[in-house]
Design a protein around this ligand. Structure first.
Ligand SMILES: Nc1ncnc2c1ncn2[C@@H]1O[C@H](COP(=O)(O)OP(=O)(O)OP(=O)(O)O)[C@@H](O)[C@H]1O
Length: 243
């Protein structure tokens, strides 16, 4: 999966500016950078969820083999469904929205709930769960998806240390299964420990590659100095012209 000279702007203000790089199949990559650096925008660009102003993304994974976990704030939990029904939605790409659920599928869903430590939660309405419990449900749903590419946007936001550890183990398992995993994260120590590859953004690309070479003091200082507010007097960005 390759990103070529990608620029994405909201109301003519680039959120991502001339980004190029690639994700190897089976790699485990963290996307990091300060608030407003364009991390979520990069994930959404890979998924085709935002309009690309210039450049392009080459992605060979079929849409139905991609799993996406948006930030919790973007998910409506008011929908009155149970934990089990929410997990079973992991099958909709393969079975269709009205496809039947076989005994084997139901057993796998049970096993997924067990794997994320949510035994006994199957009948609970999703609106009654804590943020950490709900995040476990969303991981269980991805476990059913058999995805080749898994995109996670701040998966540990508002999640306690124990849950984070459990979810990191699941991510490691996906990595050993040769799935490509890309996660937006904020904890540099966690990234150093668990994520071999990193992309450091500050609207433009600061560094992309092995985490040890990306998370250097010099790179982190460069990223930290990114002004978060957009400059209303910035010169117009010429699409297609390298920065
Ligand atoms: N739909 C939108 N309309 C207008 N501006 C947007 C929109 N989405 C994002 N932005 C702006 O684009 C910039 C990048 O946003 P993005 O969410 O990609 O950053 P991020 O690195 O994921 O930030 P955070 O760490 O705070 O989640 C920010 O300045 C944000 O305000």
């Amino acid at each position: 999966m390759t990103v070529h000279n990608l620029t994405v702007a909201y109301r003519q203000h680039p959120a991502l500016h001339h980004i190029s790089g690639s994700f190897d199949p089976g790699s485990l990559t963290a996307i990091i950078g300060p608030n407003g650096a364009g991390k979520s925008t990069l994930l959404k660009s890979l998924l085709g969820l935002v309009r690309i102003d210039s450049g392009h993304v080459d992605i060979s994974v079929p849409r139905k083999r991609i799993a996406y976990l948006p930030q919790q704030a973007e998910i409506d939990r008011g929908f009155p469904i149970s934990v089990m029904d929410c997990v079973l939605l992991g099958y909709w790409q393969s079975a269709g929205l009205f496809g039947g659920i076989s005994k084997e599928m139901a057993e796998k869903a049970d096993a997924a709930l067990h794997a994320v430590g949510l035994n006994g939660f199957a009948e609970r309405p999703i609106g009654s769960l804590s943020a950490g419990q709900f995040q476990r449900v969303l991981f269980a749903r991805i476990l059913l998806q058999d995805a080749e590419l898994i995109l996670l946007d701040e998966p540990f936001n508002a999640v306690d240390a124990k849950t984070t550890e459990d979810l990191l183990i699941i991510i490691q398992t996906w990595h050993t299964q040769q799935r490509t995993v890309i996660a937006v994260l904020h904890d540099n120590e966690q990234v150093r420990r668990y994520f071999p590859q990193s992309v450091l953004l500050a609207r433009r690309l600061v560094a992309w590659g092995d985490t040890a070479h990306v998370l250097t003091e010099a790179h982190l200082r460069l990223a930290k100095n990114m002004p978060e507010a957009q400059d209303p007097n910035a010169p117009f960005c010429q699409p297609g012209v390298a920065a």
